[in-house]
Design a protein around this ligand. Structure first.
Ligand SMILES: Nc1ncnc2c1ncn2[C@@H]1O[C@H](COP(=O)(O)OP(=O)(O)O)[C@@H](O)[C@H]1O
Ligand SMILES: [Mg+2]
Length: 390
């Protein structure tokens, strides 16, 4: 796993990366949670296709992917709610399949929170503990501590319908944490909240989880949520992990067109390799009048088709033609979208290719900024691009 992260981090500068090298992590012995060659089939449907993953103790890990890619199925197997068709799941070195359900050190918080509507907040939180036989002063203390942790102690007597969505979510979290699980599983924990509350709750949730120190695996289809909350994340597609790394690694060094487009937005230029050295590569594209120059190499024959990804915030707009012999194009501004803190410029190049540049609105106010239909040049540096071979 750590080899995987450092390989990703080093990719743009340290030269060659094998095209098609496995993006899936090798489960290592140091993982607190180890998912080894796990497959899940539902009849004809294969929901999870050979996943290997290690999650470290205390880590907040996100499974990220679009609907139907197998995230919830993987989480449900971790919770012991589904059996694995093939492979193995180990938690703290113990095989999950061999643990009796009541003894599994795992707790899952559901998308709908699944609070009992007729019970008060404190009864909801106490429910699981009572079933374990906890009672008296200990029960009271643990319920109170869990509610204090999520800042809901003053609402202990209320019923769920008397709470806001964000408050219900915190009660559900308290109910999960009160059982002191070794592993907390969250399935789309923010999906019932509206956008403004969601962003605040993301930060609160990270703070609470950090203070408890519990290992947590969460599922989300929202890339911003995964980026904000997780220490590391796995991008999933069609039942497989296609990329694994820190939010920074996955954003800056996507390993495929899929990852580059799924995490954030990007400009993709298709072309062919015309020069390939350990520290740089030149690519010719019919979409640009000059070559693309990227300051890292790849492994492959000359002429091989590749795609260069350049993030919108890495693209500069100028009125004068750039002087260099690479990484620029000429076009016209065909759309300007003011987004508040930043502005998105769409520039349609002479080739017809549309390039999106993301400019800080603050900077735009200070320069002679281009407006609609102006002729402009887009350009970027050699370190801005990432070569994608798949
Ligand atoms: N109990 C089930 N029976 C049959 N198919 C299922 C079941 N649960 C999930 N699937 C299928 O497995 C795939 C992955 O589903 P899921 O894990 O829920 O995706 P996600 O959470 O990423 O949206 C989908 O094609 C879904 O229809
Ligand atoms: Mg799901």
């Amino acid at each position: 796993m750590s080899e995987q992260s450092s390989a990703l981090k080093a990719a743009p500068n340290s030269g060659r990366r094998e095209p098609g090298s496995s993006p899936t992590a090798q489960a290592t012995d140091d993982g607190f949670v180890r998912i080894v060659d796990v497959v899940k089939k539902f009849g004809e449907t294969t929901a999870v296709r050979g996943v290997n993953l290690s999650v470290k103790k205390g880590e907040l890990f996100a499974l990220l992917g679009s609907s139907g890619c197998g995230k919830s199925t993987l989480l449900r197997m971790l919770a012991g709610l589904e059996t694995v068709t093939e492979g193995q799941i180990l938690i703290d070195g113990e095989d999950l399949a061999k643990m009796p359900p009541y003894n599994r050190p795992v707790n899952m918080m559901f998308q709908s929170y699944a609070l009992f509507p007729h019970m008060s907040v404190e009864s909801n939180v106490a429910y699981g503990l009572k079933q374990e036989g906890v009672k008296g002063g200990e029960l009271k203390d643990r319920v109170h501590n869990a509610l204090s942790l999520v800042q809901m102690a003053q609402y202990a007597k209320r019923k769920p319908h008397q709470l806001s969505g964000g408050q219900q979510q915190r009660v559900a979290l308290a109910r999960s944490l009160v059982k002191r699980p070794k592993l907390l599983l969250l399935d789309e924990p923010m999906s019932a909240l509206d956008k403004q509350i969601r962003q605040r709750t993301q930060i609160e949730l990270v703070n609470i989880l950090d203070s408890v120190g519990v290992t947590c695996i969460m599922v989300t289809h929202d890339q911003e949520e995964a980026m904000t909350m997780a220490n590391r994340l796995a991008v999933m597609s069609e039942g497989q992990i296609v990329q694994l790394g820190t939010p920074h690694e996955v954003y800056e060094y996507p390993n495929s067109r899929f990852s580059a487009q799924f995490i954030g937005s990007t400009n993709l230029f298709d072309g062919n390799v015309v020069e390939d050295e350990p520290d740089h590569v030149f690519v010719e594209s019919t979409e640009l009048p000059v070559r693309l120059y990227v300051s890292h190499g790849i492994t492959g024959p000359l002429g091989m088709p590749v795609t260069i990804s350049v993030r919108p915030e890495r693209i500069a707009l100028t009125r004068k033609p750039p002087e260099g012999a690479y990484n620029w194009g000429r076009g016209r501004v065909t759309n300007i979208a003011y987004m508040g803190g930043y502005t998105l410029y769409h520039v349609t190049l002479d080739s017809g290719k549309v390039v999106v540049a993301n400019l800080s609105s603050l900077a735009i106010g200070e320069i002679d900024s281009p407006t609609f239909d102006d002729e402009v040049y887009v350009r970027w540096s050699a370190s801005a691009g990432v070569v994608l071979t798949s």
